[in-house]
Design a protein around this ligand. Structure first.
Ligand code: SF4
Ligand code: SF4
Length: 491
């Protein structure tokens, strides 16, 4: 069961000395975090990020992109039955999955760069877990009230009014989960078809199963697990500190200025004491239950809401803002010494990340622009490896596959090279021995051909002779070469 903790005061830092040796539990009890509403610049930035990101997420599946007849016209689509991924004009086939890997690599390096510049921006402002949790919290605060009301409500025995609020809250969470996590399904189906089908009860069973799965996981992760995901489940906080240096922007408490802390009244003198009035506002607004005054902690997602909270307290006491600040350690140290501060975005590590990012993007871009839309696969007959012909020649059989990844039909001319005097036959297309054969392939499909190759024994150099199939595209003149081996009797 969740343990309700009043966040009015930060937990005592004084360790207790146990009198008897006790076995420590492996897991700490879950302490429910009742974060308080806060207003300020970072809160506004977080709302703006939420609106923009959710807006893009919702608009995405409805965008259209004309790919020609017979092709899906959804701009962003992962078509699992057809094993294709579409991103506007880019179409990724299963064998090109390395482009998706490249995209992930670009995302990861971009994240390294942003983190080394501005700290946990991803965690605090952009991560879907953060965005959806913010939305869930907004509904919770609207229905159950701010921090104090929520704590009181949870401590009350069950009543009609409490049950009504809980039902309303969880109902709204489920609707938000369906509309956010559940909307993910639109990226895997034609949005204009699947949405009416879902409401009409005519969508396929997998659609309903995944809709339930995405909705359920969003409800659990954003409604119940919340900061537990960031603290215990996500691997990113574990290694992101490797991207920080003293010039990275992070949320910090200016210890030198805040201590010794103590309660104070508006108008009192702050001579001989720190500026922290120990109001615990920074702790109460924190969505992960962190007291930032205890130095940097893994649980701090860098959302900077404590900066907003503390700034409002500083304003009330007519003290300078920035006791909790979104700044670098270097600047904090400089301020302590009374030296000028500066933001240094250009540093060895940021240059390195930017260069790696630029090179990866360039390689990916070049690869995408120059990628081959024809793929060839050749399979040599295994039994028999070769046939000795009555005219003294040797014949090999091959299964020749041409993958046409474009949306128009193509005709190719197949030739042989590297095998003097060799001829070929293609079942159904070139019945007589010839030096070249025309092979048509339908759009967006694989053409499979049975190819027989004949060679004089004198042209062979043993049990295996290297040669190549040359395939020329009729319209573009582009030649694709496939290296193969011709089997014959050992000499
Ligand atoms: S909000 Fe500011 S003044 Fe209040 S406890 Fe936190 S650091 Fe101290
Ligand atoms: S300590 Fe401050 S920045 Fe860190 S998670 Fe809490 S509110 Fe956000």
């Amino acid at each position: 069961m969740d343990q309700v903790v009043d966040q009015g005061a930060a937990p005592s830092e004084k360790p207790r000395t146990p009198r008897t040796r006790r076995v420590q539990p492996l897991y700490a009890a879950h302490e429910w975090v009742y974060s308080r509403k806060v207003s300020g610049i970072f809160r506004q930035v977080k709302w703006a990020a939420l609106v923009v990101l959710l807006g893009l997420y919702y608009v995405g599946p409805w965008l259209r992109w004309d790919r020609g007849e017979g092709a899906p016209d959804q701009a962003l689509l992962i078509d699992l039955p057809a094993r294709r991924a579409y991103f506007f004009g880019i179409e990724i086939w299963p064998q090109e999955v390395y482009y998706l890997t490249g995209l992930l690599v670009i995302g990861a390096i971009g994240l390294f760069l942003i983190t080394s510049l501005a700290g946990r921006v991803w965690c605090g402002f952009l991560c879907p877990q953060t965005v959806w949790t913010d939305l869930f919290l907004w509904f919770e605060q609207k229905i159950e009230g701010d921090r104090v009301e929520r704590i009181r409500l949870d401590q009350q025995p069950m009543s009609l009014s409490k049950a009504g609020k809980k039902i309303l809250k969880h109902g709204s969470w489920l609707i938000v989960a369906l509309a956010t996590g559940g909307a993910w399904i639109l990226y895997f189906n034609d949005a204009y078809t699947v949405l009416p089908d879902i409401f009409a009860g005519q969508a396929s069973m997998p659609v309903y199963i995944f809709l339930a799965l995405f909705t359920g996981t969003t409800y659990l992760l954003a409604g119940w697990a919340r900061e537990q995901v960031c603290i215990y489940m996500c691997p990113w906080p574990r290694f992101q500190s490797a991207m920080f240096d003293e010039h990275s922007l992070i949320v910090t408490y200016e210890n030198w200025r805040g201590e010794p802390r103590g309660r104070a009244k508006v108008g009192e003198s702050f001579d001989g004491r720190g500026h922290c009035v120990d109001c615990n506002m920074c702790y109460q607004v924190c969505p992960t239950g962190v007291d930032i005054r205890k130095d940097q902690q893994l649980a701090c997602i860098g959302c900077a809401l404590c900066v907003d909270a503390c700034n409002s307290v500083m304003d009330r006491f007519k003290l300078p803002r920035g006791l909790i600040t979104y700044d670098s350690i270097a600047n904090q140290t400089a301020r302590e010494k009374g030296e000028p501060t500066q933001f240094r975005p250009v540093r060895a590590r940021t240059i390195a990340y930017a260069l790696i990012l630029a090179v990866t993007v360039a390689i990916m871009g070049y690869g995408l622009l120059t990628r081959d839309r024809v793929e060839i696969n050749v399979l040599h007959d295994r039994a028999p490896l070769f046939v000795a012909l009555s005219d003294g020649g040797v014949r090999n059989g091959f299964t020749y596959k041409i993958l046409n990844m474009e949306r128009q039909p193509k005709t190719f001319t197949l030739r042989l090279s590297g095998l003097d005097g060799a001829t070929l036959r293609v079942v159904g297309f070139a019945p007589e021995w010839t030096t070249e054969a025309r092979l048509p392939v339908k759009p967006d499909s694989v053409g499979t051909f049975r190819v027989l190759v004949r060679s004089d024994r004198e042209a062979l150099s043993g049990a295996s002779t290297a040669f190549a199939f040359q395939l020329e595209e009729e319209v573009s003149g582009q030649v694709h070469e496939y290296n193969a081996a011709f089997s014959g009797p050992a000499q």
